[in-house]
Design a protein around this ligand. Structure first.
Ligand code: AQP
Length: 351
């Protein structure tokens, strides 16, 4: 993909702006925290304009219980704030409150090609072994809506985990094709920001599978709502191999479970993987796992406590999301209006 990448470059006139989102399709996991949330906070603290979203319209591409969806959306917002997102400095809202996402999503569904969509590995993974004919049209079209989420703000950078790389390439292709089709430089060609030691946190039960909030096994993940004892138990029971930790990063290559735990340690401690390997060279998992559990509890427990405090006042979370939606709408609406003009749609003269 990205075959058209050289045709239209990001003009310097696009102001640096970050957009990213998380689906409230379950409780957030350590994977969401290390791959996304923690880095969202770093970007905010670097002083870049940051827009973050609970993407509830993406969540319903598979059926969600309505009460649970509302709860998970609020809980996800609480996780953002507890992890360090300041809703005054960043914009924090839920996607369905800003209709520009759906409107631009439709326009992009008409730009994206069926062939592009059917090559998406997430679509293939989520329908593997199932009847793809019975999957929702929304699940197939998901990446076009994701492109709209990003481009309705003219965002230039998107911090994500490794699993979203292909969707961001598709976002670039949609922007490039739109710009080429209409002969102008309207949408930026976004940069994925995939950084750090834990861009792909793996399941605690299978080091070859991504840690995921919708994995049927709760033992496969650490949830941001887990208490200290649960975190320690899950780490103690995490699948490993019988060897001690090696003295080089290369020696972890064919040991997916050991590599995953080392990567998690490095990301939580904010050390390099090399340093963690140096510190624990020759250690048995009986030594390493308790050290990892202590570190995970020290880093995650304050977040869980703050999430619980925030969740005691759901009306305040709704107020924060509503305020964020108003500020998001103010950025998105003029960009959507201009898109409609470019495409040839008549808008009300009343504006
Ligand atoms: N295991 C992971 N490691 C690193 N980053 C991860 N992310 C998700 N899982 C990991 C990053 O979190 C952000 C939000 O992801 P999402 O909720 O929109 O969807 P997802 O990637 O499909 O996450 P899940 O947990 O696997 O959700 P379900 O189970 O509902 O499909 C993204 O930046 C993602 O890269």
């Amino acid at each position: 993909m990205s075959t058209q990448a050289s045709a239209v470059q990001t003009p310097t006139s696009f102001k640096p702006r970050i957009f990213s989102g998380i689906q409230p399709s379950g409780g957030l996991t350590l994977g969401n925290y290390l791959g996304a949330l923690k880095r969202f906070v770093e970007k905010q603290d670097e002083g870049i304009e940051t827009i973050y979203c609970m993407v509830d319209m993406h969540a319903i591409t598979v059926w969600q219980d309505p009460e649970k969806l509302r709860h998970q959306t609020r809980e996800g917002a609480a996780a953002f704030i507890a992890a360090g997102i300041d809703p005054k400095r960043s914009i924090l809202f839920n996607q369905s409150q800003v209709s520009a996402h759906a409107e631009l999503g439709w326009i992009f569904s008409c730009i994206a090609r069926m062939g592009w969509m059917s090559r998406m590995t997430q679509w293939k993974d989520k329908t593997a072994g199932k009847n793809a004919e019975a999957a929702s049209l929304g699940l197939f079209a998901y990446p076009a809506l994701m492109a709209a989420d990003i481009l309705t703000y003219h965002a230039t950078m998107v911090p994500v985990g490794e699993d979203q790389k292909q969707h961001l390439e598709l976002t670039r292709d949609i922007a490039i094709k739109f710009n080429n089709d209409y002969g102008l430089d309207f949408f930026p060609v976004v940069e994925p920001l995939i950084e750090g030691a834990a861009t792909r946190v793996m399941s605690l039960r299978d080091g070859t599978k991504k840690m995921s909030k919708s994995d049927p096994s709760d033992q496969s993940r650490i949830n941001l709502t887990d208490d200290a004892d649960t975190i320690a138990t899950k780490i103690r029971k995490a699948k490993t191999d019988p060897l001690p930790l090696p003295d080089s990063v290369e020696a972890l290559r064919d040991r997916p479970e050991a590599r995953n735990l080392v990567n998690i340690y490095a990301a939580l401690a904010e050390h390099s993987v090399e340093q963690v390997v140096r510190d624990f060279a020759g250690a048995q998992f009986g030594t390493f796992k308790p050290a990892l559990a202590d570190l995970a509890v020290a880093k995650l427990s304050p977040i869980t406590t703050e999430m619980n405090r925030l969740m005691a006042d759901p009306a305040e979370i709704d107020r924060i999301l509503g305020d964020g939606a108003d500020r998001a709408e103010a950025i998105a609406r003029p960009i959507l209006d201009r898109t409609k003009d470019i495409v040839g749609m008549i808008r009300s003269p009343k504006g």
